[in-house]
Design a protein around this ligand. Structure first.
Ligand code: ADP
Ligand code: MG
Length: 353
């Protein structure tokens, strides 16, 4: 049988299905079972038209590959397994021939996932480069600060008129402020403390802080997916990351508008090059003016701020915490709607506390 010639398919992360010369499923690897949420037994012996709604283009691709005896890739397929949500996929069809037994090998790839991997690779390397840059910069600034502070103290003792001490105290005070800023930039200060908890619990904490800071004029809406399993993470760090994002949103709206917290479970997703069966997706959406075009490329860089008195550290810290947990953070923005999207892995079988 054709399938027995291809044992390596079991381990592939790509969804692979093998069909016979009548386009009936002979075999599907575990990644395909996950993707379609159907077992090999349910798939076996069936054609694409029996399995999916909207299989015409896939069937045409199979016919094409078979009659031309060549590989063929169909880029934009929408297949809907019975009773499920549509899947956006690409499919590469390759004819196989084993001792006269002919069939077709189908490799399926989710489309948004493919695009996301590219984008995330970029974000990840950008984030690592940022970390390196901050560390170097913070060290360079910290070193002379001690000297400046010490010299100001010495000077203070030698001053001929006590009123002049006002100036030295400004130097000392500002040196201390810079020092603590640099310390904050040299994160992490501590190792993450991992526990299982609900993202909703973290969002509720964020909501109550925001409520206390902005008691009037702000609508806070919640759209929670109750089926979301707990995540295993450092709760304080996750709260801090979400709070930094939510605070920016409220500041951008000048305290007036709607802030929405939305959660969803995403199945079969890849974040930071790792594949997970389930991922928590958290969206923080505001109705503010949007992120200026000119800032969008460097938004997560430290010291990038669009407001008076801003440190430009909020998003950089949020990104550090989220990526430390194997997650990712992105945004989409236009005037009237800005959405920060956080993905966090859900580890199967995690202990509850
Ligand atoms: N939801 C948002 N809408 C509009 N602008 C935003 C939003 N979130 C962040 N920004 C912009 O990104 C900048 C950087 O944010 P952040 O890193 O938290 O630093 P800070 O808040 O100290 O300026 C903000 O100053 C603001 O200009
Ligand atoms: Mg901020």
């Amino acid at each position: 049988m054709l399938a027995s010639a291809l044992p390596g398919l079991e381990l592939l992360a790509t969804a692979v299905v093998l069909v016979d010369e009548h386009s009936r499923v002979l075999y599907a690897n575990p990644a395909a079972e996950n993707l379609f949420e159907m077992s090999v037994r349910q798939l076996k012996g069936h054609t694409a038209a029996e399995i999916f709604v909207g299989a015409e283009r896939l069937q045409a691709a199979l016919e094409f590959a078979r009659s031309n005896a060549c590989s063929y890739t169909e880029q934009d397929l929408e297949l809907t397994p019975a009773g499920r949500l549509p899947l956006q996929l690409s499919c590469c069809v390759t004819p196989v021939d084993e001792g006269g037994e002919r069939g077709l090998l189908l490799e399926f790839r989710p489309i948004d996932q493919r695009l996301r991997v590219d984008r995330e690779e970029r974000l990840l390397s950008q984030s690592l480069a940022n970390r390196e840059l901050i560390r170097n910069l913070a060290h360079e600034i910290k070193n002379p600060l001690g000297g400046i502070r010490g010299a100001a103290q010495l000077l203070e003792r030698e001053l001929p008129r006590p009123q002049l001490a006002e100036y030295t105290s400004v130097i000392i005070h500002e040196a201390d402020r810079l020092q603590s800023l640099m310390d904050r930039m040299l994160t992490p200060h501590r190792l993450p403390q991992l526990h299982a908890f609900s993202v909703h619990e973290a969002l509720e904490r964020v909501r109550s802080v925001i409520r206390a800071e902005t008691p009037e004029g702000l609508e806070i809406e919640r759209d929670f997916d109750v089926s979301l399993p707990p995540i295993v993470a450092d709760m304080e760090q996750i709260i801090q990351a979400l709070l930094n994002i939510a605070r920016n949103a409220v500041q951008a709206m000048r305290g007036k508008g709607t802030l929405t917290f939305r959660t969803r479970v995403v199945r079969q997703a890849i974040i930071a090059r790792r594949r997970y069966r389930h991922v928590a997706r958290v969206e923080i959406i505001d109705t503010g003016p949007g992120i200026p075009e000119s800032m969008q490329d460097k938004l997560f860089y430290p010291l990038v701020s669009g407001r008076d008195g801003g440190t430009g550290l909020g998003l950089s810290i949020a990104q550090t915490y989220i990526t430390q947990h194997g997650g990712s953070i992105e945004f989409e923005s236009r005037p009237g709607r800005t959405c920060f999207i956080i993905h966090l892995p859900i580890v199967e079988g995690a202990p509850k506390h």
